[in-house]
Design a protein around this ligand. Structure first.
Ligand code: SF4
Length: 358
């Protein structure tokens, strides 16, 4: 997969774009005025492997949350999400935010953008131009009649031009829409017109079922054509779910550079000899909090000994179902047979031993 060439944008200790790993973002969903709760949620996201955390800041009073989180010792990039009032952006820069996200549709005049750009330049932090099809500038809606891909792309590129005219080019662009096809078309167009890194996501996508499908299609299709440098899977679910989903999308394309446990399980069919559906869901739950310590571990749960052994052999650990038992594989070799009720404990033990191996 050839990745689109972009410039690099540094956000605290992480680089977005260039040949840097594609990062996973999420957003806190507790009120930013509650610094302690926001910190606890950010810490939980960090523990789940979130690379960049965004916080919606509704007013200047809430901007202190960045300083608070930093003083509590969380050392990952924190992004201030700003709508309407550029003064909140200025307050967030002062409070130590590592990136400012502004929405060209509602930030106001170019003069206000100039002030934000100048504060960000002084602080050495980038700006994300976050265009959302639901809040496009009036003049573009009038020009195009509706938030077409052309209209949302134009909004982003115009804002980038404005920032460039102030000598500011430390920019990441995102084009979001709840319409997957629109988001793909607009992001592809922006990608062809500039070399700024792109943040991808389908917004207001729905719950962890429909939202995951839309984001996988939207983000996945762009990533598979080499477009995209950081992602956020918007879900009507917990932010931790978003992180998990983001990592799975990257993993499915071989773009996830961190460790983790990847489950390969068959869809089941008339040949299935063990309870693959329940076993897979049980394994998924039991591995949720395991820290793979940077190791990539594939575990296969297959329902029969007809097609199962092939996949089970390819994985680090695998099961191919027999009648009420599983044939156990380890790194390509058959190493025994386990009763169905012992399958999960056995796999967990093998995973644990592998993680602890030096
Ligand atoms: S692995 Fe076996 S049980 Fe599972 S879907 Fe394939 S043929 Fe069916």
């Amino acid at each position: 997969m050839k990745r689109r060439k972009t410039r690099e944008v540094r956000v605290r200790n992480i680089t977005i774009g260039g040949s840097s790993p594609i990062t996973v973002q999420s957003m806190t969903n507790v009120p930013a005025h509650d610094f302690e709760k926001t910190y606890l949620q950010a810490a939980s996201l960090a523990a789940k492997g979130c690379d960049i955390i965004r916080v919606a800041v509704p007013d200047e009073d809430a901007s202190g949350v960045f300083d608070f989180i930093r003083r509590r010792g969380l050392d990952l990039p924190l992004v201030a999400d700003i709508h309407f009032d550029y003064k909140i952006a200025l307050a967030c820069v002062r409070a130590g935010a590592d990136k400012i996200r502004i929405n060209p549709g509602n930030i106001g005049s170019a003069e206000k953008t100039r002030e934000v750009a100048s504060a960000c330049r002084e602080a050495g932090i980038p700006i994300r131009i976050g265009v959302n099809s639901g809040s496009l500038e009036k003049k573009l809606l009038e020009k195009y009649g509706s938030p077409t891909p052309e209209a949302i792309a134009e909004s982003a590129l115009e804002q980038a031009d404005i920032l460039e005219s102030f000598g500011f080019s430390d920019i990441v662009i995102s084009i979001k829409s709840s319409d997957t096809a629109k988001m793909i078309a607009a992001s592809s167009f922006v990608a062809s017109q500039c070399d700024y890194p792109l943040h991808l996501g389908v917004t207001e996508a729905g719950d962890s079922y429909t939202g995951l499908v839309k984001n996988s299609v939207g983000i996945g299709s762009l990533l598979s054509s080499g477009i995209g440098d950081t992602i956020r899977v918007s879900l009507t679910a917990s932010p931790e779910e978003e992180v998990r989903a983001g990592k799975e999308i990257l993993r499915s394309l071989g773009l996830y550079e961190g460790g983790g446990i990847n489950i390969i399980s068959c869809p089941t069919c008339g040949r299935t000899k063990i309870g693959v559906i329940d076993l897979t869901s049980e394994l998924r739950k039991r591995i949720a909090d395991i820290d793979a310590k940077g190791k990539k571990i594939n575990v296969a749960l297959m329902g029969c000994v007809v097609n199962g052994p092939g996949e089970a052999r390819e994985a680090n650990f695998g099961i191919a179902g027999g009648d009420g038992f599983g044939v156990l594989f380890k790194n390509g070799d058959t190493v025994g047979r386990v009763e169905e009720e012992d399958i999960i404990p056995t796999l967990l033990q093998m995973i644990d031993e592998y993680i602890c191996e030096i």
